[in-house]
Each structure stands twice: as C-alpha cells, then as structure tokens.
Design a protein around this ligand. Sequence first.
Ligand code: PEP
Ligand code: MG
Length: 954
Amino acid sequence: MLTLSQDDILLGCQAESWRAALDQAADALHTAGLVAPTYRDGLYAREAQSSTYLGNAIAIPHGTPESRTHVRATGVRVLQFPGGLEWHDGNRVHVLVTIAAQSDEHLDILRQLTHVLDQDGMAERLAGADSRAEIAGLLSKAVVEARLDAETLCLGFPARDHQELALAGAARLRQAGCVTSEFVAALAETSPLSLGQGLWLAASHRGVEVPALSLATPATALETDAGEVAGVFCLAARGEAHRGLLERILALLESEAGGDVREADAATLLARLAGESASVSRRLARVLNAHGLHARPAKQLVQEARAQGIAIRVRLAEGGFDAVSATSLTKIINLGARRGQQLAFSAEGEGADAALEAICRAVEGGLGERVMPFDASREAIAPDEDAPAPESLPADEAHPGVAASPGLAIAPAFVLMTPRFDYPARAADPAAENRRLDAAIHEGKEQLEALVQQARGGEVAQILSMHEEMLGDPELHQAAREGIAEGASAEAAWWEAIDTAAQAQERLADRLLAERAADLRDVGRRVLGILCRVELPEPPDHPYILVTDDIGPSDVARLDTDRVRGLLTARGGATAHSAILARALGIPAVVGAGPRVLTLDNGTELILDGERGRVTPAPSAERRQSAEQRLAEHRRREAEAWEARFEEARTRCGHRVEVAANLGNTAHAADAVSRGAEGVGLLRTEFLFMAHAREPDLETQIEEYREALEALDGRPLVARTLDVGGDKPLPYWPLPQEANPFLGLRGIRLSLTRPEVLETQLRALLMAAVGKPLRIMLPMVKDVAEFRAARAIVDRLLDEIPETERTIDLQLGVMIEVPSCALLAASLAAEVDFFSVGTNDLTQYTLAIDRDHPELSAQADGLHPAVLRLIEMTVMAAHAQGKWVGVCGELASDATAVPVLVGLGVDELSVSARQVPLVKARLREFGLKKARALAGIALAQATSEAVRDALEAR
Ligand code: PEP
Ligand code: MG
C-alpha cells in the first residue's frame, strides 16, 4: 500500500500554469527515481481524458494505464503551491499529489485522501502549511478500519458448545491476521456472554492488531446447559474503532434476526450486519474495470445512481464497510473497490428492482470504460496489456522450476495456451439461460463419465469421480440459478458460482484442501468451454512435452501418455492434484516455472528434468547427446529392476536390507506388493483421517487398516499414528494458528492432547492386525517421556483387548525426526522396539530450513554431514540394544544416498512404491565394505555439496 512520508513532500512550489506545475510534478517523480522522463506524456494524456482534480484544492495527477511501463518504482510526490494555480478544469489547486503506480495502488491514496475532501477550511490549511510534517499530518490521517468480512466469518463449524465456537472465531481472526495468539489465549480464559436469541459475545482487547469481528456459527443446532447457541460473536476490540461493530450487533438483535444466523449464508449475514433489513431488494454487480473503481468510473456510477431518483446504498459484498450512499463520490471512492470485487447495491420501495437492475447493468458495462469478463483463476497472469511481455528463454541454458514428478524427457514442445472465454455478462431470457446451463452441465458429466471409464490409474479415476460429484453439487446449481434469475448470462452466473466456491476453499488454512479450489475451477471451465463452444487445439501426433500456463487435474488425466513425454507449467506447485496425477501416471513434470516458458515456440526441442526441476530449451548437440545417454541408461535400469523386483533385497555381498513402501492410502498396499515391496515401512495414517469429513470411528479405521494388512499377507506393516497439526490441520480438529507451525503442536504432541483419539486409533490398529505382525511408530517424538506416555496407552489396550481379538506380534517404535531424539537415541533405544528415521523432517530441523520453503528447500539436502551424523548416532544406539533402524524419508530412494545409509548400518529403506524396484536394484550394485567406506567419506565432509562431490568422484 502507498503511504505518504515527509520525504515525499515539496513545499513552496510556484508555477505560472497548470502545465508548468504538471512538468514540475513529472520532474519530481523522475528525480526521485520513480519514473522515466517519458512518464510525463502519460500524465498529460490522463488529464486530457478527464481532470484529476479531486476537491478541496487537491489534484492527483497520475499516468494512463499505457504509461505504467515507464514507472520504475511505485511512489508519490506531493507538491504544495501556496499561491495556488488554476487547473485546466477551472478549479483552484494548492496541492498536487502526483502518483507513480505500477498497478492500482493509487486507489489506496485516493481512499486516504477522501477524509480531507469533506473538511471545511482544508484548502486554506494546505496552502498555508509551512512544514512538511504539517502537510503529511493533514493528508495522511491514519484510518483504522475495523474488519468484518467474509474472511472473518466462520460458519457451520462442528463445535460442541459456545466456548469452542468462540475459539473457532478467534482462530479465524488469527488466520485473517487481525489478532495474535494472545487474543486466542485470552478468549480461552473467558466465558462468552449471552446476548439473547441464541447469540453470544466473546471479546478481548489483548493481542489485537486490527479491530475486527468474527461470527462463528455451529454446524448443527446446539442446545447446551447454558442455553441455545445459534452463533458466537468474537470481538477483537481496540480503542474506539470497534464501536461501529458493536452497534451492528445491537442493530441485528433489535431487528430480531438473531435466531436466523445459524441458517444464513455469508452474504446474508454480511448484509444483515451492514444494517440491511430482510425486506430490501439487493443486487450484486462485479467491478470489471481494469483499475478498479477509480475516480472516473466512480463519477459515472454516482451519475447513474442520481438518475434513478431513489435512494440506493452500496457496499463491498465481501464485507468490510457499512453501506454508503451511491450518490456520494467520496464515499464510493472510499470503498476502494478493485477489479473482481463485487458491489452489493440495495434499495427499498417502489421502483427499487428496476433501479438496481439499471445500476448493476451500468457497473457490469464498465461505467464508461472498456472491460473484460472476470476469471479469478487467470487474473494473476491474464495478459495485461500494460505489463512488459516476458522475456524468451535462452537456448541451451537450464531454466529452473519446481520438480513435481521425477524422470527425464527429451521431446519438442507443444505450447497449449488456455483459451479465453468471451461471453456476454447479461442475458434477457432467464428460462433459456437455465436450459443452456442444464444442457452444458449434463454434457460435462457425460464427458467426465467417459474419462472415468478410460482412466488408467486408481487415483486418476478417483479424482475424476470427485469432479463428477462437484459438477452435481446442488448448491453450485442453485447459486448459478440465482445469478441467472438476476439477469446474468448462463456463463457469467456459472462462473460466478464456481469462483465464489473456489475462493471459499482457498481461504482454508490447509494447503492441500485449499488447492482443491483448482479442481473446482477445472470443473467450472469444462462447463464454460461447452457453453462457449471453445475447443482446445489438437496436439501433434508425435511425442511432445506439453507446455502450458497451468493444467487442471482432469486435463492431466486426459493426457495421452504414449505421446506426452513430459509436462511443463508456468504456474502450480508440487502438491497440486495435477502434480500428484503426473506422478501417478509416471509423467516427468516441472511446474511453477514462470511465464517465460509460455514464450517457447511450438516444436522447440526441450530437455525436461523432473528430478532436478529444470528445463533446457534448444539444447546443443552435446548436451542433447548426454541427456539421451542418461535417458537410455535410466530406461535400461528401470527394465532390469522391474524384472528382478521380487528378489529379496540384498547388497552385492548378500547383506540383507529390507525395502518397503511408503503409503498414504491403505487401498494401494496391493499395488505396492506387486511392485516388489517387502512390507509397508510407513503408512501415513493422517491421509485416512483427511479423507473423512469427521473423525473416522473405530470400525471405519479397523476396516481400512485391515485392507492393507490383508494385501500384505503377513509382510510387516509399519503404521505411523496420526501426524497432523501445525501446517496440516484436520478440518474437524480446530487449532489456533501458530507463528511457527513446524515448531508447534503437531505429531505426537498433538495426539497426546486428545488421548481419546490416539487411543481409538491404536485400538483399531491392534484389532485390525489380529493374527498378523504389526509395527506402530510415533511421529515427531522429542524424547523418551513422550514415548512413555503413548506406551502407557498401548500397554493398557494390550491388557484390555483379549489376545484373540488383537495382534500378538507388536513392535512399538518412534520416528527420528527431531534432532533431540537422535542425540538422546541411547535413552530411547533402551525402551523402543525400533527407530525409523524421517529424513524429511530431520533435515528440516537440523539445518533450520523449512522443507516447503520455495527458495531454500533445495538446500535442505538429507546428505548433509550433520544429518548423517545424527543417523549414525541413532543406528549405533539402536544396534547396541539389538533394535533395528529404518529410513522412511525421501533420502531412502536417493541413489547416491542408498550406499551411505547402508554403510551407516540402516536395516530397512522405505520408499514410494514406484521406487521399490529401483532401490532394490541399487542395493545389488555395491557391497557392504564399499558402503561403509562411502559412509566414512561422507561423514568426513563439511557440507552436503562436498558430500555429493566426494561420492560422485568415487
Ligand atoms: C519424514 O519427515 O521424513 C517423514 C517420512 O514424514 P513426513 O514426510 O510424512 O513428515
Ligand atoms: Mg515427518
């Protein structure tokens, strides 16, 4: 956000004409290094379009959108003209606030200035000010805005009483950045007050960063000992700023609408809290103007509103402000509405509907500016005419991206640009639009059904079926129908419904769940494509690497794996469904490589390295030849490894090292066995919990664990107890947001706060494994005390459950993920049955590098000598007590690391199922003596680079 500082202000300027003043303003921006000299033309062009005079002797010159390419840095220069000057529209000006903005930040300046526009005597005070501090003080009154918007609401939360709801509301405010954990703690200590009508209030001023109000409502009607609970207001109070919020609550209670809140959706609640009665007519219109509701379209809006001859009020639909009169220019500007935001207009009485219809049409028509339909998923990279085109990629140079699916591919590029959907925003015949939408949804379902039939992998079919279910969601249909009833075209109403649902999904704290918004948009685009009759260009009939902006999961599922050798995207992350599917289909993928990849010409030869996350366009003959050799070698090894996948895993000298599979889904155990896995070395049970909307009960868990145990047919299963919390919360297990989730309440720490959940899981595991071997391990253990607490529960269960109803072959171990555990391995080894080293977390905590950090995570290399020393200590302590050690982090499948781990004495490697044959093959390539020598070399190095260099040299 742009703010004014004293250094931005030039006092005592003089000019003979407005042009001379504008020249001075352009020079001031240039001298400050904010713009190129040519920006001056943009300032003139903008004044030629219409005056930037704002009121109260202030003008705000700024460039046209076209001139933004001449802006080097965003900033402002304020020029004071004590003698005043006549602006070209006849107004007298004393202050020019001249803006260099790369996007629409000038709206923030406008909003800050609106408060001075209504004040009498302000012009004289600005003219007479004799210090920069005085001008800055007059212009930049800090506006503290109390928040109440869609992001601060927490609706339909599965709470058991008003206290839990208050905490859920507090957690939501914490996520929205309004309060710190001190506020959450303060609310945990207080009991909410009853306001009547089933509503409650919990408030505190502790830990408040921005005054705000949250409303948390329960998922089901709550009758508690304290009374009915329809909702809990959670108020973050500060100074006077929250007073308006309290008034809104009182007004809601006076309107006796309190009891309705539990059933109401976010839009209705925000309308009620903004003071709109249930009887007003309300219409929504999206701001489509590229630079938001800036002065020019705002003026036009005011004129439209005046022309209706009826009182119309307007507010941002997502909340944040009270409704204001649509005929007040300063108040409209003060809304600061940006492109894509929705305005909620309301009016009452005769003619209200027609007036609202007219004003919404005007807004969606662009208020005098040319506008494009809005597609949130594409806005971030939508071709912005003002933005410089991305530079093309140089030939024969590796360009970095995110490694999303391993493998190497060499093939020409096929660049698929996502089509633009052009459609009218409004339509005259709602019945016809409803029919078109129904037909398109039906066709979309048929397409998906056909794809489900064709789908190769289980995961692909599952995701496509989920898309089919999304497409049938009655709430989406209803939302679209409401839009159509309000005059929107089928396309606009459908996309609006999809986008609103996707945005709600994106607000979820869980990154994995938030990424499901991509699935919704994917489903939405399918129907939009059918409605707009847009067809994707035909790919070539020879092998190619697909290059695209972003790719929806269903697009990946549709890929013809015989021809698509690799996938390269400008956007996206390694945890998106598209990346998961690419891995499931075995297609090498590099994602999030930036917009420059879209400048590639069709047919450009590419080397795509999905392991290192790199793409090299137009490689030299030499580079291509070496990549081809690597590829041929890789394929040969893969084929050989596959042939020998059922052989027992041993080193060349016959030393036995078990190779097991990591699983997130018990249904995949059979597939792991068919790939040669000798057991499951890590079952990430949190995925089972995440797949359910509520905590799975004992029977459900027994059934799912039994599926894996049966497929394993006597081979060992190592099940890790629930590893959630911190960065991967469960939707039905509310937790306050933490500043350092990786250092917070997660893994066993969290499980021990709800021992009943842990107990049910342990009971289910023990009972599912009747007659079978079972190994249970605890995640994120930091010392033996945590192990003992969990062991006590296990021991009690073993006493309670008759031997005939549970496993009698049980081992209980811990994961070595926290360095303290490795350092104290001797004390743990005396009590545990085994260790399994989670190198992903152990590396993160040893090197203090967030494993998901976009820039640093590449340095989080498990072959760092510090991590290797911790593994060595763990193995020595375990073997001294006759216990075994596995490694289940990603390092276990790193071909360079495998001999080192074996040399350190590791007894088991647990890797993703696809990697099992290759790891077994890797073991056959060396003997124990060599492995020990390599481990010694690695331990003697000072950095991970040195370790890799030293190992490669051998
Ligand atoms: C690890 O940390 O290495 C591990 C295997 O656990 P996760 O990746 O599930 O945290
Ligand atoms: Mg871990």
